[in-house]
Each structure stands twice: as C-alpha cells, then as structure tokens.
Design a protein around this ligand. Structure first.
Ligand SMILES: O=P(O)(O)OC[C@H]1O[C@H](OP(=O)(O)OP(=O)(O)O)[C@H](O)[C@@H]1O
Ligand code: HPA
Ligand SMILES: [Mg+2]
Length: 171
C-alpha cells in the first residue's frame, strides 16, 4: 500500500483495532490464566518490539522482576513481506527457557513464535492475540482474529479529526 498501511500479501485484508484499554484488560486476563496454570516464573522473555508492553503488564501482575528480551526481525518493507527470521539479540539470561515465560503481542503465521521456541525449548509461550495459523504455536492467548484481518495496535494509530458527513464534499 502506498500510504504505508501494512498489508501482508496481495489478498484483500480487513482491519481490527485494539485500544490501550483493551490491551491492558487482555493482558490482565492472560495473567490470571497463567497464575492458574503455572508455578511462578523465574523470569519473562519479551519478544521485541510488540511483546514489550504485554510483558511489562504481565511482569507487574505476576510479580516478575527478571525481564529478558529477544529481538527477531522477519517482516520487512511496506508490503510487510516475511522472510526467514533473523536473530538480532539473543535472550542469554534465559538459558534453555526453563522457568521462563516468553511473551509476544500476537502470533500470525507462527514463524516468529516457532523460531523463538526453538531457541528456548523449555519456556512457556503466551501472547494476547492469535490468528488461526499461529494458534498451535502458542500455549496461551486471549482473543483470536481471522487470518485475513490485520490487527492495528495502539502504537500504530493516532486519534484524528474527521469532518462531519454534512461537510464532506462526497458525503
Ligand atoms: O506469527 P508471525 O507471522 O511471525 O507474526 C507475529 C510477529 O509479527 C509482529 O512482529 P514484527 O516482526 O512485525 O516486529 P515488531 O514486533 O518489532 O513490530 C508481531 O509483534 C509478532 O512478533
Ligand atoms: O496483524 C498484525 N498486526 C500487527 N503486526 C503484525 N505482525 C504480523 N501480523 C500482524
Ligand atoms: Mg513482534
């Protein structure tokens, strides 16, 4: 797309918006599920950049103070085409992942999750949102979106003035 709006592939795509409030609520729901189903985690590994905000909320709720990060790049360009994941920074403090929780904002194709899991095979993986193809790659998630829907996160949006219908030339 010429305006920079992301679209994976050439197929038509719908958009779903996620607000800060919604993300916060979903992260708290995820924290409740994780508290119910796991022993306390030694630490959290946030997948940058999208995983950083959910990781901060989960760390607060779960009482985790050891936060590691892992940086992986796989999407590029305005069209958002995906290439093989490239490791920009490893999660050295997490070893093989034993006792750690890996956190990301969403799983789409599952490529990022699969790659990070291969590096930290003993960690639990959690994210807020999942699309059908990525769903098997996560142990926990809160909400599913259709595969052909692009999720617009709050950091990708800004409130904008919009003219009333009566003032729009082509209303
Ligand atoms: O399941 P996948 O198809 O691999 O897609 C999911 C990944 O894509 C996005 O990150 P992106 O690589 O765009 O980088 P960012 O987090 O830095 O925005 C998102 O935050 C996930 O990490
Ligand atoms: O739907 C999405 N939204 C934002 N970033 C993404 N990265 C992969 N899929 C998505
Ligand atoms: Mg990401």
């Amino acid at each position: 797309m010429t305006d920079g709006t992301p679209a994976r592939g050439t197929e038509s795509i719908s958009y779903a918006t996620v607000t800060w409030d919604q993300m916060h609520r979903d992260a708290r729901l995820l924290a409740m599920e994780l508290m119910r189903s796991h022993r306390p985690f030694r630490g959290i590994v946030a997948i940058t950049r999208g995983g950083l905000i959910p990781a901060a909320i989960l760390a607060r709720e779960l009482g985790c103070r050891l936060i590691e990060s892992i940086s992986v790049a796989s999407y590029e360009g305005e069209a958002g085409t995906q290439r093989d994941p490239e490791l920009l920074k490893a999660a050295e403090a997490a070893g093989d992942g034993e006792g750690f929780l890996i956190v990301d904002d969403l799983v789409d194709s599952g490529v990022t999750a699969q790659y990070v899991r291969s590096l930290l095979p003993k960690a639990v993986f959690a994210c807020l949102y999942a699309k059908p193809r990525g769903r098997p790659c996560t142990d926990h998630f809160v909400t599913e979106f259709p595969q052909d829907t692009w999720v617009l996160f709050p950091w990708d949006m800004a409130p904008q003035f919009i003219a009333p219908l009566s003032r729009r030339e082509e209303a």
